[in-house]
Design a protein around this ligand. Structure first.
Ligand code: SDX
Length: 431
């Protein structure tokens, strides 16, 4: 059977090559479509369009499968940690002892921001959203590194250092943005703390007293980072690739990813879920009123944390996070009414034909906010936590496009539907 696609257009037959991925995903390669047919494709929201081939993450939305470099997310969640996962996603293999030590030492060596960076934080008004601060300060950080500003795309020797700088400093910037937003003194990272523990230290310690690092809290946050580490060509990762394709530097490309992630339909959903649950709780609703509103297109309400462009079964990360949520709250002896509401909402929605027919299930954001709330992360930092977790995925996609020999700038076409040609009308002659 020919693996070519045949296209009938204006009485002519065109053939287009097809390709099949290692997991059986099939595509029609339309790279030559415009040149041979003078037609382009149009695909609202890119739901049917592959922007690239990639070896990093595999998702099967019907079977609820997510694998980082072939390893199932369930195994990574149970056996690995965020920094080892970051290495796997970026460099393609699980690190051996020497590799993880080198990586960890690089993260420690580059965890401090240039001291002059602290003055930039002064420029933000109190209450500035940490995602705005994060995206601007990632770009600001690159200005303090002459090598990065003069780094030429493809020069991989220094790349490892820039990877470590970005992963390490995104955490320091995030912590500082929180401290500044609360008028608290900046807390510097400790040399002997590991990644996630150091982040909690910088977030919550005080000059006179170190934050008590409960193992279950460190582990829960590390798991959240790990579960968010990559997710194939989602909105923010595609943004990073778009910017990277112009050969912009790594920091600029990932700062763009932060902006795309911020939207409530994407990474901003974890904050929106908690705001939704808190509103339901405040109104004394058991969730049933809200579910009806979420089904009504005119209400302007959605069941935040539900639905996914790819997962039409369950989001495997949601199952892992829900279990971790129960465990962390039990260990911390916290009973959270918002968790009870979330469980009621999930139960009701999974039985409601509106959600069932549209294959809308809880996604990664539905329960993550409840864990973050339980471990004391302020709600305005929820999407920042997502960005810290997603950084390895953005970096891996940047690296993949940088190493692609035939890499071209991303430049989609369009179908113009505006006015046909008309002429300039001088001001005095206009109505
Ligand atoms: C993330 O892409 C990724 O991989 C993202 C992510 C990652 O790791 O990077 O997984 C992280 O962003 C998870 C998603 C977080 N966002 C939310 O939880 C926001 C609420 N969800 C929706 O906005 C929506 O489900 C999306 C944005 C997630 C998906 O949007 P799609 O694929 O464009 O689907 P759609 O809007 O076309 O919805 C199809 C139908 C519509 O109804 P009909 O027009 O067919 O009648 O389902 C309805 C929608 O109105 N619908 C919802 C709904 N989500 C979809 N109705 C009520 N509540 C919802 N949450």
């Amino acid at each position: 059977m020919s693996n070519e696609a045949k296209l009938e257009l204006e009485g002519k037959t065109f053939t287009l090559p097809t390709l099949v991925g290692t997991e059986g995903e099939k595509a029609v390669d339309v790279s030559t479509l415009r040149a041979t047919t003078n037609y382009i494709t149009l695909d609202d929201g890119y739901g049917n369009t592959g922007s690239c081939t990639s070896k990093i993450t595999f998702i099967d939305g019907d079977l609820g499968i997510l694998r980082y470099r072939g390893i199932p997310i369930e195994e990574m969640a149970e056996k690995s940690n965020f920094i080892e996962t970051a290495y796997l996603i970026i460099y393609g293999t699980l690190p051996n002892r020497a590799q993880i030590k080198t990586f960890s030492d690089l993260l420690t060596a580059h965890q401090f921001l240039h001291e002059d960076m602290t003055y930039h934080f002064e420029g933000f008004p109190t209450g500035a959203h940490p995602m705005a601060i994060l995206s601007s300060m990632i770009n600001a950080a690159s200005c303090f590194d002459e090598g990065l500003m003069n780094w030429h795309w493809g020069k991989t020797k220094e790349f490892e250092v820039y990877v470590a700088k970005l992963i390490s400093q995104v955490r320091t910037i995030a912590a500082y943005s929180y401290r500044k937003s609360r008028g608290l003194p900046l807390i510097y990272p400790k040399q002997n703390y590991k990644y996630t523990a150091n982040f909690l230290h910088m977030l919550f310690s005080m000059p006179y007293e170190d934050f008590e690092l409960k193992p279950e809290v460190v582990k829960a946050l590390d798991l959240i980072f790990l579960l968010h580490a990559d997710h194939e060509q989602n909105c923010s990762t595609s943004t990073v690739r778009m910017v990277a394709s112009s050969q912009a530097n790594l920091f600029a490309s990932c700062a763009a990813g932060v902006c795309a992630l911020w939207g409530p339909l994407h990474g901003g959903a974890n904050q929106a879920v908690l705001e939704m649950l808190a509103q339901i709780h405040k109104e004394g609703d058991d969730g049933s009123k809200f579910i009806e509103a979420a089904k009504d297109k005119n209400s302007g309400k959605k069941l935040m944390g539900f639905g996914h462009r790819v997962y039409k079964n369950h989001d495997p990360r949601a199952k892992i996070i829900k279990k971790a949520c129960d465990e962390v709250l039990a260990k911390l002896h916290i009973s959270d009414p918002l968790l009870d509401i979330a469980k009621k909402l999930e139960e009701a929605a999974l039985k409601d034909s509106y959600f069932v027919e549209r294959k809308l299930y809880p996604n990664v954001d539905f329960y993550s906010g409840i864990i973050m709330r339980a471990i004391g992360i302020p709600i305005e930092m929820f999407t920042v936590i997502f960005a810290i977790g997603r950084m390895p995925g953005w970096i891996a996609n940047y690296k993949e496009i940088m190493e692609e020999p035939k890499s071209r700038i991303y430049r989609p076409r369009q179908i113009y539907t505006g006015p046909t040609q008309k002429h300039y009308i001088p001001l005095d002659e206009r109505k």
